[in-house]
Design a binder for this molecule. Structure first.
Ligand SMILES: C[S@@+](CC[C@H](N)C(=O)[O-])C[C@H]1O[C@@H](n2cnc3c(N)ncnc32)[C@H](O)[C@@H]1O
Length: 409
């Protein structure tokens, strides 16, 4: 086990087999750090902790999604919370399919497959014509779970579902990604005494992972342990963070590259991404001094990415101004940007709820509670945003007709 662990009583301790898996990942990370001269960018650590084949959080056996710590899960997402999320989102997707004259869907990071199943069932019930639903996920283990979910809940539609190993060069249709951007590795930067450093990972004398900051010095001489700012140093972003005080911030190279790739591939249709985050003015706010990096283990949020590598989720909020720019740079139009609450209300979540008989208390009450969680400002309604790109769609969609916030990006 990674020696730098939380107090044993503050978080549940994993089972021995899980700890052994975590130690295998930690050993490979220590070896990689040693081979790299003792320092690895945080982005690389996060990528391995989440996606190392067979060992990473998303590519290993962790349960991940669920409602309670007791079921071995670590966090809940909107499609896991309630099928109403998928049914409501499906209405916006149906409108985008019709507006673009396309008949294909593609979901990135499909988790347990619940969102896919819910969307397929809702489109079918709405009588929407579609030919295919492609799923792209980095995790082989999740693919198997997705197939199981789809076979159990939408057996008559599963024949239209495919799993892709590589993206097509071009795609005509509608793309969906719920909480995918936040699961992409981030770079970390720390301002200390008014000097920006790239924050990486080193190993201390006890074998524990520790943050290690390298000052960015142009033309830094060999052996100074400095990061050469170079072409990839996010000068513009860091210079825009006001003040000289100590500050930690993430940049999102992987999510930006992903958005550019998707929007380049999309030759006709729309792409919807739902996630927690803010526009850049709020994201790099002078008061957000600790950044947004967060970890989830058994439904507890904490800030130690070195705890149980491979057994806990590591995530950062999404910086939506950058995402919008990345899509536009790739040639797509910004179709809309708004809060999850506004999007779901516009798309008709209350109509979807009203299809359940209030007299059927066992069904209606949990559904109404879930709607409250999805749209309430103090729960998911305001922190979560929906951003959408399009090509070949004139005008907007009902889901962005009221309360569009594109001008705030
Ligand atoms: C936080 S989970 C969300 C799962 C699901 N969408 C939900 O809402 O329950 C993030 C998912 O994104 C996937 N993912 C991350 N980066 C990806 C990428 N570049 N392409 C496809 N899937 C990716 C992960 O494997 C994981 O399934």
């Amino acid at each position: 086990m990674n020696p730098k662990a939380h107090e044993p009583d503050s978080l549940p301790v994993p089972e021995p087999a899980a700890l052994a898996q975590s130690e295998a990942l930690a050993a490979s990370l220590r070896a990689e750090i040693a081979a790299a001269g003792g320092w690895l960018p945080f982005e690389r650590y996060m990528e391995r902790a989440l996606y190392a084949p067979g060992l990473g959080y998303y590519s290993g056996g962790a349960r991940k999604f669920g409602l309670f710590a007791a079921d071995g899960s670590d966090f809940v997402t909107a499609p896991e919370l309630s099928p109403l999320f998928a049914s409501t989102l499906a209405r916006a997707l149906a409108e985008a399919l019709a507006a673009s004259g396309t008949r294909a869907l593609m979901e990135f990071g499909a988790g347990t497959g619940k969102l896919a199943a819910g969307i397929l069932l809702a489109l079918d019930a709405l009588g929407v014509a579609f030919d295919s639903y492609a799923i792209v996920d980095l995790s082989g283990e999740l693919r198997a779970r997705q197939r199981e979910t789809l076979e159990a809940s939408a057996p008559h539609l599963v024949a239209r579902v495919t799993w892709l190993d590589a993206l097509p060069a071009q795609f005509e249709g509608v793309v969906i990604g719920n909480e995918v951007l936040d699961a992409m590795p981030v770079r970390l930067f720390a301002r200390k005494d008014a000097v920006w450093h790239e924050r990486g990972v080193a190993v201390n004398a006890q074998g524990a992972f520790v943050f290690s900051d390298r000052p960015a010095v142009s033309g830094g001489s060999e052996g100074c342990g400095c990061s050469e700012p170079g072409a990839h140093w996010p000068e513009g972003v860091l210079a825009g963070i006001e003040g000289r005080d100590d500050y930690v911030a993430e940049t999102h190279d992987a999510a930006l590259a992903f958005t550019r790739t998707v929007c380049t591939m999309l030759v006709r249709g729309a792409a919807f991404f739902i996630d927690y985050g803010f526009p850049n003015r709020e994201f790099y706010h002078p008061q957000r001094v600790q950044g947004t990096l967060m970890c989830h283990y058994r439904h507890r949020a904490h800030d130690d990415p070195f705890l149980y590598p491979g057994l806990q989720d590591i995530t950062a909020h999404v910086e939506f101004t950058g995402i919008a720019q990345a899509g536009i740079d790739a040639g797509a139009d910004l179709l809309g940007y708004t809060s999850q609450a506004r999007f779901l209300m516009n798309a008709g979540i209350t109509d979807v709820l009203s299809e359940i008989d209030p007299g059927d208390v066992a069904r209606f009450l949990p559904a109404a509670n879930a709607v409250q969680k999805l749209v309430s400002e103090s729960e998911m309604g305001e922190l979560f945003k929906v951003i959408a790109f399009s090509r070949g769609i004139d005008g907007t969609l009902a889901a962005f007709a009221r309360g569009d916030r594109s001008h705030t990006l």
